[in-house]
Design a binder for this molecule. Structure first.
Ligand code: PMP
Length: 361
């Protein structure tokens, strides 16, 4: 029997078994080319077909309107922290940031190097336990854009409703909840996400940008210029062909699951199983996030003592669970339950939590 970990890694993270098996079947001969996908020219008809299928699948799955460009870039979400202000923040304008965790802080840090910025809402003083209410954001009509992090991978919080920003483009880092639920793309000016949680392996960054925001910018390096990538269908230079191929398979899988609505239902059920284990533990497990800001992707919690936590993590490991340590910056425990994590693994984790509590209470 195939040995598969119960993988709760935060990213890179679990991939669907069906995707891995399909890649294995096609490994030595892709599209009847007599080559593996890694050996194809990125200018070949075979690769272009794979590349375009991935982009088309994203458009279908996310219902992306015609006036948006879908780009597959490199450099991770972290490079977007710089590319976004370089492309969208002109001199004399200000970019606004909502701080909901370390990734928003990092996005702001890079933007500050490019131009004027402001923090228009933050939950930092409360250890990032919640998402600020949309009505508490100081919206500024002149802002170049408003930046949010839709899901906070480290703290385990998630936006449930997005601010109405009028003419100000809403920019969202969706690295850790892209494709996990239905969203209205038309409400955003730009959406970006590293692929290594819900989309595939690391090495690709998805950028969905409203076309009118793409400007010819001669002053910035070509590789950092959305316009250059858009004009070249994201094939300006050699792309990570293997990663794009795997992305296309993950998207095929997402369609086979019944699309984003079905995936969202499943994710809600998965999260409920684990939050119920926390809430039903008489305070033995404590969730980090306030209930109305809880993430359906990253569930963060602590145990009564550091010793209990260490024991818990040790026993989890022995039982074949992987990736449940909290992020090194905040400690505690974290279960990342991205799209490819099956409900059964969440149920097994919840059962383990109950058993551990009974034995150690
Ligand atoms: N934003 C969020 C919300 C993330 O979770 C991460 C990575 N965990 C990043 C940005 C950084 O992504 P990358 O490593 O792809 O640069």
């Amino acid at each position: 029997k195939l040995k598969r970990a119960r993988n709760f890694n935060a990213g890179p993270a679990a991939l669907p078994l069906e995707v891995l098996q399909r890649a294995q079947n096609e490994w030595l001969n892709i599209e009847d080319s007599g080559m593996s996908v890694m050996e194809l020219s990125h200018r070949s008809a075979e690769f272009e077909k794979i590349h375009n299928r991935a982009i088309q699948s994203l458009k279908e799955l996310m219902d992306i309107p015609e006036n948006y460009e879908v780009l597959l870039l490199q450099g991770g979400a972290s490079l977007q922290f710089s590319m976004i202000p370089m492309n969208l923040l002109p001199e004399g304008k200000r970019a606004d940031y909502v701080l909901t965790g370390s990734w928003s802080e990092k996005a702001l840090k890079e933007a500050k190097k490019v131009g004027e910025t402001a923090v228009v809402a933050s939950s930092k003083a409360d250890k990032y336990t919640f998402i600020p209410k949309v009505e508490d954001i100081e919206l500024n009509e002149d802002s170049a854009y408003l930046h949010i992090t839709s899901n906070n991978t480290i703290y385990g919080t998630q936006w449930k409703e997005f601010p109405e920003t009028g003419n100000v483009p809403l920019v969202a880092d969706m690295s850790s909840d892209i494709l996990s639920k239905k969203i209205d793309v038309s409400k955003f000016g730009l959406i970006y996400a590293g692929a290594q949680k819900n989309l595939g392996p690391s090495g690709i960054t998805l950028v969905i940008i409203r076309k009118d925001l793409i400007k010819d910018m001669d002053s910035i390096p070509s590789m950092l210029n959305y316009s250059i990538h858009a004009k070249n269908n994201s094939l300006y230079n050699t792309p990570p062909t293997l990663a794009i191929y795997l992305l296309s398979l993950v998207l095929d899988w997402a369609k086979e699951q019944g699309g984003v609505e079905k995936i969202a239902e499943n994710n809600e059920a998965k999260a409920k199983v684990i939050y119920d284990a926390i809430d039903g533990s008489d305070g033995f497990y404590k969730g980090h996030a306030k209930p109305d800001s809880r993430s359906f992707m990253n569930i963060t919690f602590t145990l009564p003592s550091e010793e209990a936590e260490a024991q818990f993590l040790k026993e989890l490991k022995l039982a074949g669970f992987v990736g449940l340590n909290g992020h090194r910056s905040i400690g505690g425990c974290r279960a990342s339950i991205y799209n490819a994590v099956p409900l059964s693994h969440c149920q097994e984790l919840a059962a383990f939590m109950k058993k551990f509590q009974q034995a150690h209470h």
